[in-house]
Design a protein around this ligand. Structure first.
Ligand code: ADP
Ligand code: MG
Length: 438
């Protein structure tokens, strides 16, 4: 009997105990064996025909009791051991889900590998090639900032496996959709369908698992989904915007599960990778574009491949309109491209305020010349954010903070290189960006 059914039955027994005589309770009620509960029926097994006859006498009592406890109506169906109702019979291996939900355009072929993502790529490619051969690499936990290729990579795994064997049962889902589906499951009490869907796959991929934070019931359900899949030898792949240890509102037992396989991160792309991505896009479009134009885009957009693509697309549409793909067009198109931060009316003042609050210092001290580390460090972070969130030039930042060009450049570079290896710095920057754009 599953745990949930057992809990429900225990609650019913507790209530019934006060309703019937102790003798009836021990002779008839206690011997009933709850077997299955769905939206309409509650199937209970009895031992023999006498038991069946007596059980029928308690039927409406149990139904009422259930309604009282769970606020919904079910019909009790008693059955004898040799009359097992069809719903309870062993089911054949469930077929592949009607749709894997995979995004077919994301493949390994169109994923550019560079130093920032080669570990992530190898881990994913390895899983795709050895999909049934699971050792230490289950689950796979892939994490990194937004727009760095997580969704692309895990979809590539699924698409690769299905291209070799279309009978593989693969399910890809965004955590938000997963949570919504679970909420409607609770509402409709359709647990059986939900569980059949998510527990009978060879590979389950949950994208952006950070959205499960703080959702306790979902975490409980996912814990059991996870265990069932794991025990059945199915693979689980998750992506996240942070390391499992930074998922603060996550049940400890889930965190331990997330950390029990392979954890790989994906970093912001270096210049070479950004150029390679742009060159591959040029090739796909069969355009001829001078390298200096690509260089201009690749050197201005450094932290997010989604944005890099956006900037490239804007440039291409400008170029097609003017029949000119020169550096000049690249400069104009980038200048006119309104960065998401600017759209939200982010100003240097806002960044100043957010950084000051975050590090618990005064705004005046951030703009002062004080060299103490407690001011100097947040000041550098502030400059970095002005550069990255506002696309300010070093001169503009210098004017705002009353510092010279080289001081600003040094500050921005320093935070950039710290963020490359320092997880705490990455988390802090993510949080600061969130506060700035919220
Ligand atoms: P994430 O899920 O990490 O936020 P995505 O996988 O959605 O990021 O990637 C954002 C965009 O950048 C997608 O269009 C994706 O195809 C593209 N992209 C990311 N990394 C690469 C790469 N290494 N090569 C080619 N395209 C990439
Ligand atoms: Mg994604």
């Amino acid at each position: 009997m599953d745990q949930e059914l057992k809990n429900i039955w225990d609650n019913i027994l507790r209530t019934l105990k006060d309703e019937v005589s102790p003798l009836s309770f021990s002779t008839w009620i206690k011997r009933m064996k709850p077997r299955h509960l769905n939206e309409e029926h509650f199937y209970i097994q009895v031992s023999d025909s006498t038991h069946l006859e007596r059980a029928e006498g308690f039927k409406s009592l149990i139904e009422n009791c259930f309604k009282l406890l769970y606020h919904r109506e079910v019909l009790i169906e008693f059955f004898l051991p040799d009359h097992v109702p069809p719903v309870l019979e062993e089911k054949p291996r469930p077929a592949a889900p009607s749709s894997s939900n995979l995004i077919s355009k994301y493949t390994f072929d169109n994923f550019i590998v560079g130093s920032s993502n080669n570990f992530a790529f190898s881990a994913c490619f390895n899983i795709a090639e050895n999909s049934t051969n699971i050792n230490f690499d289950n689950p796979l936990f892939l994490y990194g900032g937004s727009g760095l290729g997580k969704t692309h990579l895990i979809n590539a795994i699924g698409n690769f496996i299905l291209s070799k064997d279309s009978s593989k049962r693969i399910l890809y889902i965004q955590t938000e959709a997963f949570v919504n589906e679970f909420i409607s499951t609770i509402r409709k009490y359709s647990y059986t369908a939900f569980r059949e869907k998510y527990r009978n796959v060879d590979l389950l991929m949950i994208d952006d698992i950070q959205f499960i934070e703080g959702k306790e019931q979902m975490q409980q359900e996912f814990f059991h989904t996870f265990n069932t899949l794991y025990e059945n030898g199915s693979r689980i792949i998750m992506t996240c915007d942070k390391n499992p240890s930074s998922l603060h509102s996550l049940e400890e037992r889930l965190r331990t599960r997330f950390q029990s396989g392979v954890i790989v991160d994906i970093q912001a792309p270096d210049y070479e990778t950004r150029m390679a991505i742009l060159r591959s896009k040029v090739a796909q479009l069969s355009l001829i574009i001078p390298d200096e134009s690509l260089h201009h885009i690749a050197s201005h957009i450094s932290t997010n491949i989604r944005e890099l693509e956006g900037a490239f697309n804007t440039f291409v549409s400008y170029g097609q309109l003017t029949h000119d793909f020169s550096l000049h067009t690249a400069e104009t198109s980038l200048k006119n491209r309104i960065s998401p931060a600017l759209k939200k009316k982010v100003s240097p003042q806002l960044i100043l305020e957010v950084v000051a609050t975050f590090y618990g210092v005064n705004k005046e001290d951030l703009l002062s010349k004080k060299r103490r580390k407690e001011f100097a460090f947040p000041r550098q972070v502030m400059m970095f954010l002005c550069r990255n969130e506002l696309d300010f030039t070093y001169e503009q930042i210098g004017a705002f903070t009353e510092k010279d060009h080289s001081t600003v450049m040094h500050a921005v570079k320093k935070i950039e290189s710290t963020a490359e290896h320092d997880l705490k710095m990455q988390d802090d920057l993510r949080e600061l960006r969130r506060r700035i754009s919220d």
